[in-house]
Unconditional design. Structure first.
Length: 224
């Protein structure tokens, strides 16, 4: 197993992460909208795993202003950006921790993660799913909006070629692309079918992929 330097990489690139992200995710509006639409409309407790700079957390807070929102991330510079973005209103909690080992809130209506879990090794990806399942209330949902691998090497190559073409069309600079490729050195992306099977094994029902564009997808499962 190769060393995982994700925390160091994101600490180093926190200052430019938000500026770059919108030009590096083709169809980002649909990507985030699909994740938001899957959250129960009456959600009272939402946990954001790997909240980073708080970009998706801000969308969650705007869509569910009466819900308690817990942001968890292991990068202090990234979490500092989230505090700058969202402030410290009463319903927001910031936790500097590694969500793969830290205790999670319980009886959650939704646990979400955006562009984080693909940095984990596959054994850790699988290990956190039963913990997420246990932290949800019955009827609660887990939503993973993430960067996935193509199902075959040939399709993966096509995805990458199309991604490069599309982000240049969106105006990504060569420096932004280089920074993204630097972060992707720590990627451990996994195909959709494999991840859906892991969700079922962990006890989730209504498991599905609700959105997919290139190597970006929104996967979900419900606690029965």
């Amino acid at each position: 197993m190769r060393p995982n330097n994700t925390q160091a990489v994101f600490d180093a690139t926190a200052a430019t992460y938000d500026r770059d992200r919108m030009k590096l995710i083709p169809g980002h509006h649909g990507f985030y909208a699909a994740a938001l639409e899957l959250i129960p409309p009456d959600a009272k407790l939402i946990v954001d795993l790997g909240a980073g700079s708080g970009l998706f957390s801000a969308m969650l807070h705007a869509a569910f202003p009466n819900a308690d929102l817990h942001l968890i991330d292991f990068s202090e510079p990234m979490l500092a950006l989230a505090r700058q973005r969202l402030g410290v209103p009463p319903r927001l909690t910031y936790t500097l921790a590694d969500y793969t080992t830290a205790p999670l809130p319980t009886a959650c209506d939704a646990i979400v993660s955006a562009l984080s879990i693909h940095h984990l090794d596959d054994d850790i990806k699988q290990a956190i799913l039963p913990r997420i399942h246990a932290a949800l209330r019955p009827g609660g949902v887990f939503i993973n909006a993430d960067h996935i691998a193509g199902p075959t090497p040939e399709l993966e190559e096509i995805y990458q070629q199309r991604w490069h073409t599309e982000i240049r069309r969106l105006g990504a600079t060569e420096q932004q692309i280089a920074d993204s490729l630097f972060r992707q050195q720590e990627d451990r992306r996994t195909p959709i079918d494999t991840q859906l099977a892991w969700l079922r094994t962990a006890g989730f029902t209504q498991v599905d992929c609700w959105y997919k564009a290139y190597t970006f997808a929104v996967l979900t499962g419900t606690r029965q």
